[in-house]
Design a protein around this ligand. Structure first.
Ligand SMILES: C[S@@+](CC[C@H](N)C(=O)[O-])C[C@H]1O[C@@H](n2cnc3c(N)ncnc32)[C@H](O)[C@@H]1O
Length: 244
């Protein structure tokens, strides 16, 4: 019974994540498909008031992601939360924090650049789309269903134990160590019309990504040892390394 309940919980968490992810693409891209976007929806507040709220939301996102992903937190947390659903609880928490960010975000409308609607704007939109595509593809390259907790609840349903983490370097991962984060950075920065609010989101998320990489690489080095150290030595972090 528990196994089935965990599986249902895992599937529901995954579906909520997917809806939040699609919403977030529309939010960053300012698509009028959703009520709140980075530049539209909430009333315009004085700049410092809006900036304080937005920075708090980015920090909340960063803290949730960083703290709940650490091995020490997971060890303590799985004394309360059953191990098979630990990742699904993480995914659900991350989705809730992402939706809070989208819902309470306050635009700061001053424009920093505007490429209009010509070829440059098209190019920036294409880079934006490419960024999200890289994010999605990267999740499949390192194991989409494990990253989002479905593999864990399914293995548990079949009565298998937890699987050991596997070090993978397919495709993009041969060029850069963090393609998923590179994709996010492209998606945050590539916009035909950059406002102060949007640049705050892009800067905040880029800082978060740089901090996340530090923590993630420390954990990966502890987990995979020399193999990861060698990989780090030969492959660039967010952009391919130019050979001499
Ligand atoms: C949100 S994903 C981001 C992956 C990577 N940082 C990127 O930007 O493509 C984070 C998870 O991927 C795992 N991970 C990162 N690089 C990996 C690799 N080369 N092989 C297997 N797992 C990896 C980390 O341990 C972590 O659980």
């Amino acid at each position: 019974m528990n196994r089935f309940a965990y599986l249902v919980f895992g599937i529901i968490s995954y579906l909520i994540f997917f809806a939040a992810f699609l919403y977030f693409i529309a939010f960053v891209g300012n698509f009028p498909l959703v009520p709140f976007t980075v530049d539209q929806g909430r009333p315009i507040l004085p700049v410092w008031q809006a900036a304080a709220i937005d920075i708090f939301l980015i920090a909340l996102f960063g803290v949730q992601h960083s703290v709940m992903a650490r091995p020490a937190f997971k060890r303590a947390w799985t004394r309360i939360v059953p191990e098979p659903v630990e990742r699904s609880v993480y995914v659900l928490s991350a989705s809730i924090v992402l939706m809070l960010l989208c819902h309470f975000w306050h635009p700061i409308p001053a424009v920093l650049w505007d490429a209009g609607s010509g070829p440059l704007a098209m190019l920036l939109l294409a880079i934006f789309a490419l960024g999200w595509l890289i994010v999605l593809l990267s999740t499949f390259l390192i194991s989409h269903f494990e990253l989002f907790g479905l593999k864990q609840v399914w293995s548990n349903m079949l009565g298998h134990g937890a699987t050991e983490p596997v070090f993978r370097t397919p495709f993009f991962y041969r060029l850069v160590r963090h393609p998923l984060y590179s994709g996010f950075i492209l998606a945050f920065w590539a916009t035909p019309r950059m406002t102060v609010g949007h640049v705050l989101l892009a800067v905040g998320m880029t800082i978060y990504i740089l901090i996340a990489i530090r923590h993630e690489e420390r954990d990966l080095t502890a987990l995979f040892g020399e193999k990861y150290v060698a990989y780090r030595g030969r492959v660039g972090m967010l952009t391919p390394r130019l050979r001499r």
